[in-house]
Design a protein around this ligand. Structure first.
Ligand SMILES: *Cc1c(COP(=O)(O)O)cnc(C)c1O
Length: 364
C-alpha cells in the first residue's frame, strides 16, 4: 500500500462542483482583487474565528508581518517567538526590522513554554508571538497574563491551527491580532497562496488593510509606505467554498489522530501530548524518536510518506547567523529538530491507510 504524507484529493473530490462554481462565478464577474468574494470570505472567516474583523492578504507570512507593522513594531524592538516553529514566524519579525527573541518550548506540547518567557523580556520587548504549532493551542492564560503585566502585544501565529480551541475559546481571538495561512497544505487551504489577519480592533484592521494595499486608505492616497499583499477574489471564492467543511475536516483529523494514539504502541515512539485545556486540529501528527531518520527510512520502504518539522532550528539557519546564537543554546528546539517526525495526516485518509501506518510504526 502507498500512503502519501498528504493528499488534497479527497476534499477536492467532495467539493468539486463548489470549487468549479467558485471559479465560474469569479470569471463571470470579471473582477479579481478586492471585490465581493473577498468581502464574503473575510466576513465568514471573522465569524469562524470569533473576531470582529478579518483582512485577507497574500500569504501567512504577510498576515503576521502586516499585523506587526500595523502595531508599529519596528527596528530596535524585540519580539518573543518560540524557538521551535516554521521560520515564517521569525521572518515576519525580521521583515519589520525588529529582532526575534527565541523562547524554548515545552518538550511535551512543542509549544512555547510560558514559564520561560519572562526571563527573555527586556526594555526593548514589544510583543509575544505564540504559535499554535502542529494544530495544538498554546497555554494562552499565562501568556496573556505575562503580556498584560509587561504591557506587550500578543500576535498569535494561527497558521497551523484553524478552529482549534483553548478552554473552549477558538484560537486567533486571544491576542491583539492573529495571522492565518491558507497555504494549500494548511487545514484550510487555498488553491495557491493566501492568508488573513484577524483582530477585534477596528483601527488595527483598517491599518492592516491599508498596509497590504500600498499603504493606501483610498485610491491613490497613501498614508503608509505599504506593501502589496491582498487576497485574490479567486482564492477567496475557493476558501469560501471550503470553509463550511472546516469543522468536518478538523473532526476527521481528530479521528485519525485518535486512531494513531490508540494504535501506536512501539516503546521507541513518543506520541503527541494533548493538555486538558486544548482541542487540537492536528495540522500535523508529530511523533518523536531517537532513531528518527531510521524510522523515516523504515516507513519510506513501506511506501509511507513522512516529513520533518523542522529539521534545522531557526537559530542554526544560515540566514540567522547574525543573531549569534551558538549550537547548544536552545537545547529543546535542537532536540525536537533531531527527533521529530510527522506521520501522514489529511482529510479523507482511510482507516486502512491509518492502520497500515500504525502497523508499520509498530514493526519498527
Ligand atoms: C505556514 C506557516 C506560516 C506562513 O504561512 P505562508 O502562507 O506559507 O506564508 C507561518 N507560520 C507558521 C507556523 C506556518 O506553519
Amino acid at each position: 500500500m502507498n500512503v502519501p504524507f498528504v493528499s488534497f484529493k479527497p476534499l477536492e473530490k467532495e467539493l468539486d462542483s463548489q470549487l468549479r462554481a467558485a471559479f465560474d462565478r469569479v470569471l463571470e464577474n470579471s473582477w479579481y482583487i478586492d471585490g465581493k468574494e473577498d468581502k464574503a470570505f473575510e466576513d465568514a472567516f471573522a465569524i469562524y474565528c470569533d473576531t470582529k474583523y478579518c483582512v485577507g492578504c497574500g500569504n501567512g507570512l504577510d498576515a503576521l508581518m502586516l499585523a506587526l507593522k500595523a502595531l508599529d513594531i519596528h527596528e530596535g524592538d524585540e519580539v518573543i517567538v518560540p524557538s521551535n516553529t516554521f521560520i515564517a514566524t521569525a521572518l515576519a519579525v525580521t521583515y519589520v526590522g525588529a529582532t526575534p527573541v527565541f523562547v524554548e518550548p515545552d518538550i511535551r506540547t512543542y509549544n512555547i513554554d510560558p514559564a520561560k518567557i519572562e526571563e527573555k523580556i527586556t526594555r526593548k520587548t514589544k510583543a509575544i508571538m505564540p504559535v499554535h504549532l502542529y494544530g495544538l493551542p498554546c497555554d494562552m492564560d499565562p501568556i496573556m497574563d505575562i503580556a498584560k503585566k509587561h504591557g506587550l502585544y500578543v500576535i498569535e501565529d494561527c497558521a497551523q491551527a484553524h478552529g482549534a480551541t483553548y478552554k473552549g475559546k477558538v484560537i486567533g481571538s486571544f491576542g491583539d491580532a492573529a495571522g492565518f495561512s491558507f497555504y494549500p497544505g494548511k487545514n484550510l487551504g487555498a488553491l495557491g497562496d493566501a492568508g488573513a489577519t484577524v483582530t477585534n480592533n477596528e483601527e488595527l484592521a483598517k491599518k492592516v488593510r491599508a498596509l497590504g494595499s500600498y499603504g493606501s486608505d483610498y485610491k491613490y492616497h497613501h498614508i503608509y509606505k505599504g506593501n502589496n499583499s491582498r487576497l485574490d477574489e479567486l482564492q477567496a471564492a475557493f476558501l469560501a467554498a471550503k470553509l463550511p467543511l472546516m469543522d468536518k475536516v478538523n473532526e476527521n483529523r481528530r479521528a485519525i489522530a485518535n486512531r494513531y494514539m490508540a494504535g501506536i504502541t512501539n516503546p521507541l515512539i513518543t506520541l503527541p501530548y494533548v493538555p486538558e485545556y486544548a482541542v487540537p486540529v492536528w495540522h500535523l501528527f508529530s511523533v518523536r524518536t531517537e532513531k528518527r531518520d531510521e524510522l523515516a527510512q523504515h516507513l519510506a520502504d513501506k511506501g509511507i510518506g513522512t516529513n520533518k518539522h523542522y529539521p534545522i532550528p531557526m537559530h542554526l539557519q544560515d540566514c540567522y547567523k547574525d543573531l549569534n546564537i551558538p549550537k547548544g543554546a536552545l537545547p529543546i528546539a535542537e532536540e525536537i529538530s533531531a527527533t521529530q517526525l510527522s506521520l501522514p495526516m489529511f482529510y479523507g485518509m482511510t482507516e486502512e491507510q491509518v492502520d497500515y501506518v500504525i502497523d508499520a510504526v509498530n514493526s519498527f
